[in-house]
Design a protein around this ligand. Structure first.
Ligand code: SAM
Length: 232
C-alpha cells in the first residue's frame, strides 16, 4: 500500500471512530470523560480480522474466529463505565478475545499520554490462538507494555497477581465465580454477565471492609465462560 493510500485509510478510520464514539455518548453508553477519551484512542479496526476492518465502527459484535466475537463497542463502553477503573489500577479481564477491551482498560489505568500512574491489565484467554491474536494486536497498537495476556482458565482468576482493583469478565457465567470474588481487592469492583443463554444480566460485585455487595444491571447476551468455575 502506498503512503497516500495508507494516510487515507488512517483518516477514514479516525473519522469513523470519532462518529461512533460521539454517537455512543449521545445514546448514554459513554458517560465519563475517561471512557470517551479511551474509546477515541484505541483503534478498533486493528482488533478485528482483516475482512471486517470496514465494519469496525458499526456498533455490533464481529467474529474473531474459534466461534468467538469481539463485543459491540456500546457494551464495552457500558461495562467499563460500570466498572469505573481508575488511573493506576491493577485490572483483571477474563476473556481477552481480540485484546480490544483490554486496550481500552489500559488506556484508562495507564493513559498513553502520561508517564504516571502506571496501572496494568492482566487479560486471560482460554483459546491459545486467540491469546496470540490479542498479543499481536496489542503489540501493533502499542499496548503490550500495559497489558499482559495469559493463556488459561480465567474462571479461576490469576491468584499469582491478585488482588485486583477491578475485574471485568467478558463471557457469561452460571454464577459469580468464587475465586474472582476472593481475588477482588477491598474497595474493588467486578462487572460480570451472569445467567443462562436466554436470561443473562450484568452483575456488579463490590467488596468493602463489611463484605461483598451484589446488584443486577442490564440484560445482555454473551458467549459462555467455559471453565472450572464457569460452564463445564
Ligand atoms: N473482550 C474481548 C474483546 O475485546 O475482543 C471479547 C471477549 S469474547 C465476547 C469472550 C472471550 O472469552 C472469548 O475469546 C472466549 O474464548 C473467552 N473465554 C471463555 N471462557 C473463558 C475462560 N474460562 N477463561 C478465559 N477466557 C475465556
Amino acid at each position: 500500500m502506498g503512503v497516500n493510500k495508507e494516510m487515507a485509510e488512517y483518516d477514514k478510520y479516525e473519522l469513523m471512530r470519532r462518529r461512533l464514539v460521539e454517537e455512543l455518548r449521545k445514546q448514554g453508553y459513554i458517560r465519563s470523560e475517561k471512557v470517551y477519551r479511551a474509546m477515541l484512542a484505541v483503534p478498533r479496526e486493528e482488533f478485528v480480522p482483516e475482512p471486517y476492518k470496514d465494519l469496525a465502527y458499526e456498533d455490533r459484535p464481529l467474529p474473531i474466529g474459534h466461534g468467538q466475537t469481539i463485543s459491540a463497542p456500546s457494551i464495552v463502553a457500558y461495562m467499563i463505565e460500570l466498572l469505573d477503573p481508575l488511573p493506576g489500577d491493577k485490572v483483571l479481564e477474563v476473556g481477552a478475545g481480540s485484546g480490544y477491551a483490554a486496550a481500552v482498560l489500559a488506556e484508562i489505568v495507564a493513559p498513553s499520554n502520561r508517564k504516571d500512574p502506571k496501572g496494568h491489565v492482566y487479560a486471560v484467554e482460554r483459546i491459545p490462538e486467540l491469546a496470540e491474536f490479542a498479543k499481536r494486536n496489542l503489540e501493533r497498537t502499542g499496548y503490550s507494555d500495559r497489558v499482559t495476556i495469559v493463556v488459561g482458565d480465567g474462571s479461576k482468576g490469576l491468584p499469582g497477581f491478585a488482588p485486583f482493583d477491578r475485574i471485568l469478565v467478558s463471557a457469561s457465567a452460571p454464577e459469580v465465580p468464587e475465586p474472582l470474588v476472593e481475588q477482588l481487592a477491598v474497595g474493588g469492583r467486578m462487572v460480570i454477565p451472569v445467567g443462562g443463554y436466554w436470561d443473562q444480566y450484568l452483575v456488579i460485585v463490590e467488596k468493602d471492609r463489611d463484605g461483598v455487595r451484589i446488584r443486577r444491571d442490564l440484560e445482555v447476551l454473551f458467549v459462555p465462560l467455559v471453565g472450572e468455575f464457569g460452564w463445564k
